[in-house]
Design a protein around this ligand. Sequence first.
Ligand SMILES: Cc1cc2nc3c(=O)[nH]c(=O)nc-3n(C[C@H](O)[C@H](O)[C@H](O)COP(=O)(O)OP(=O)(O)OC[C@H]3O[C@@H](n4cnc5c(N)ncnc54)[C@H](O)[C@@H]3O)c2cc1C
Length: 483
Amino acid sequence: MTFRTPEQYLESLRDGRRVYSGGELIDDLTTHPRTRARAAKQADAFSAFHDERREIFVQEDPETGEEVDRFMVAPRNAEDLLARARAIDFGMRYGGPSFGSDAILSLRWVAPELAKHNPQYYENIETAFREARQNNHTMSIVMSDTKGDRSLHPSQQGDPDLYVRKVDENADGIVIRGMKAHITGAGFADQLIVLPTKRMRDDEPEYSIACMVPPNAPGVRMVERWDYDDVSRFDHPLAYEGIGGECFVWFDDVFVPHNRVFQNGENELAGPIAYALGLWQRYSAMCYKKPTLEILAGAAALAAEYLGIEKAGHIQDKLFEFAITASSIDAFIHAAAVSCEVRDGVAIPNETITNVGKYTFASKYHDLVKHLLDISGAIVSTAPMEADYRHEDLHGAFDKYLASGHGDDGQERLRLWNLIRDLGADAMGGHKAVLALHAEGSLSAQKMMTMRGYDFESAKQYVRELAGITPPLGKYAPVPPAL
Ligand SMILES: Cc1cc2nc3c(=O)[nH]c(=O)nc-3n(C[C@H](O)[C@H](O)[C@H](O)COP(=O)(O)OP(=O)(O)OC[C@H]3O[C@@H](n4cnc5c(N)ncnc54)[C@H](O)[C@@H]3O)c2cc1C
């Protein structure tokens, strides 16, 4: 395979795709002030295949011996899962290719099941996978529907289009209609992998659709939220390259040829597809959230040091919360890999540990942000912006007055306060707070999977034995397996 260059990637974005942002159709994503920073960041991911980051992101395909994108190889054992985890972590810190490939890996995982219904699905998935890998394509996971009334199933909604559905079919393909929401990176992807958002009922075949759509297909329109045009890196050390990059993707009667369809009406396949993606995504989520926790912990520790309060008891208590959460996520990443299950040659991260890990992050995140803001003080929301800091009338004022008085420079501190504002008290902080709760599934999804994985029957039996309600199963009843 050939790894694309950043220039080739940027050129490929000029393919007629329709991305709207800030009230306009963006004529060229690579040059428009609203999108060019993100385009540059995405392009940098392709540099990673050519520069010193290459050893992290490129590996030999075990079947062909060819060098390929690591994220496009299904892990075969715990070591592969951990190498994948390291690559995700590294990419979050230093830039790297997208792991949106979770979608196609999930489809490959359930492909044997899909093939039982229609062998063509298996062929289509394999072809899509090989093409994407060969062409070094990035993918977006297009799953979440707008969903209308959550208490109703797709077929019961007041408007039948609130979940993406098939509205027509002929000998050449199908036509899909609807809107998917919150799709990360869709505006900059090479392919959109459309998947059912959840289990479907017997009367919902038209909602049971999985397929692949190019972002420039006629009828596809994407709307990306806009927060800032070009911004200063000084003011927004985290957000200057753009925040989130999620899109609403409108499929306004989009034709999809049959050879790009992976599921077409088999409602019983929707659950397994959604479930497979959920597991892969949550494992990746733990890996990419690890650097976020490190930023929170590092910022809190540095802020405490800058303010001279790092030894105070209540600050130490808060720093402990950062340490224990970050260490726990690290442990969950390892434990889920080491306790993986190998099915059809693919290593599947342990489901319960993965869900517990993702839940731990999502349920602790907001407390950590609160601790960080508490430690930092008001300045994280009131500190001057770069233009004022550098204004000639104010020259040197903030260097002097924001310093500790121990001979250091106020600018250093201002940079930290700006980072903390980005992290917890500004547009990016708000986005991250929602991301922590909902991305890769809301808390209730992880609760459901954790409850499913825990053996209450065994626990009850143990208590019955201890209480003398039932005799022991045996002198040494089997010790329950590890999670
Ligand atoms: C930053 C970000 C990036 C994302 N990226 C992607 C992406 O790339 N691709 C993608 O497909 N999706 C993406 N998502 C979407 C994400 O998967 C969803 O947000 C998530 O699945 C939750 O869905 P929702 O937002 O519709 O909230 P809901 O699921 O509607 O949850 C809202 C509340 O309703 C409750 N609720 C929901 N249903 C019921 C019910 N039947 N009964 C009782 N209570 C209920 C929930 O527990 C929750 O409290 C992203 C989200 C974020 C925030």
